[in-house]
Design a binder for this molecule. Structure first.
Ligand SMILES: Nc1ncnc2c1ncn2[C@@H]1O[C@H](COP(=O)(O)O)[C@@H](O)[C@H]1OP(=O)(O)O
Ligand SMILES: [Mg+2]
Ligand SMILES: [Mg+2]
Ligand SMILES: [Mg+2]
Length: 346
């Protein structure tokens, strides 16, 4: 089965959402930051991006669709939120119409409804879109890396993914680091099952095929991890890297931009070990997973593939690791030994 139409719609939605986020990041004001019950910062851009992606998918596909997305309109429907809802609506309308993509004016209620169409629970039957409207909100607020991550599940498997990374340099992080000196940033990664992975500049110029690094010697490999120590245990990942023989220091970046950078070989390994009690969500990995499948393998710490068919959460054993097929057995060993060493003795 081909998903060309869905892929074209997803690319359009993610590109427009990326532009919305770029506009907000430029003008980021303190009042744009809200607090949700889980205390993660949610900005008008998270909501705007979700409303916009939901609207564009509906317009382009013109069919019933199911969307599992991170945000909902609960906080926006509370007293006192009217002003922020109006700001989100203005932003969404501007982003949809400013380049002539659509000729529409959404009302505040249209926008709230579009946000809430992301309330699906997913599962193993049929098709479900999976969206993180801004992945790496902390990076976004800091002016660093973030991503708009959109994927399609069919029968519980990821069949396409699009990852827009507005601040990721077009050239390898190996050369320029996270901040491109000449400001050539903005990458769109996309992949369809069995069709390889492509990257194109967010400004729309042509796409190139990309490939995960084929490095076989861990001494020549570098690894990515969360910028935030609260999201992944840096002491554990450093032990794993040491056991594996990795020489380079960790490259710490926010969001699924790590998967994007890995998919084009900027580094060879991604290690993610959240603190105890954290449950991974499907929208934090679905798009990232499929863009690295051209040469890469994604598993949990026990070597099992990620299962996207169980609803919103991923039931992973301890952590998530990504590398190429050659390095995976060595990495799994290093992970196993490190976990044993770190485990409290009984
Ligand atoms: N306590 C936590 N541990 C691990 N990941 C978290 C935690 N809180 C939020 N996240 C999510 O982790 C991802 C970012 O991780 P990182 O950038 O470190 O790779 C985001 O999806 C972020 O959500 P959000 O989408 O709201 O930014
Ligand atoms: Mg969040
Ligand atoms: Mg996220
Ligand atoms: Mg998010």
């Amino acid at each position: 089965m081909s998903y060309h139409k869905e892929l074209a719609a997803a690319k359009k939605a993610a590109s427009l959402a990326a532009r919305l986020c770029q506009n907000v990041q430029k003008a980021l004001l303190q009042s744009d930051v809200q607090s949700k019950t889980d205390k993660t910062p949610v900005t008008v851009a998270d909501y705007g991006s979700q409303a916009l992606v939901s609207f564009v998918l509906q317009q382009e596909l013109r069919a019933e669709f199911s969307l599992v997305a991170e945000e909902d309109s609960k906080d926006l429907r509370k007293d006192g939120a009217q002003e922020i809802v109006e700001r989100i609506t203005k932003l969404v309308n501007y982003s949809l119409t400013s380049d002539g993509s659509y000729n529409v004016t959404l009302s505040t209620e249209d926008v709230l409804k579009a946000i809430d169409s992301g309330r699906s629970e997913g599962g193993s039957q049929g098709q479900h879109w999976v969206l993180d409207p801004i992945d790496g909100t902390k990076g976004f607020l800091r002016g660093d890396q973030y991503a708009i991550a959109l994927a399609l599940l069919d029968g519980g498997k990821v069949v396409l993914g699009v990852l827009a990374c507005p601040n990721l340099p077009l050239t390898s992080l190996k050369d320029a680091g996270q901040h491109s000196p000449n400001n050539e940033v903005g990458c769109l990664f996309f992949a369809e099952v069995g069709g390889g992975t492509y990257m194109q500049p967010l400004d729309g110029s042509s796409a190139v095929k990309v490939q995960v690094s084929a490095v076989e010697n861990p001494e020549e490999a570098s690894f990515f991890e969360s910028y935030e120590a609260a999201h992944s245990m840096h002491d554990l990942t450093s032990l794993i890297a040491q056991k594996l023989g990795v020489k380079a220091p960790p490259v710490r970046i926010d969001s699924q931009a790590k998967y994007g950078a890995l998919s084009r070989g900027d580094g060879a390994i991604y290690l993610r070990f959240p603190h105890k009690g954290y449950r991974e969500k499907i929208w934090d990995h679905a798009a990232g997973c499929i863009v690295v499948t051209a040469g890469g393998v994604v598993t949990d710490a026990a070597g099992q593939p990620l299962d996207f068919s169980k609803g919103k959460h991923l039931d992973v054993d301890t952590g998530i690791i990504v590398t190429n097929q050659k390095l995976m057995p060595l990495l799994l060993n290093a992970v196993k030994e490190s976990l044993k060493e770190k485990a409290p003795s009984s």
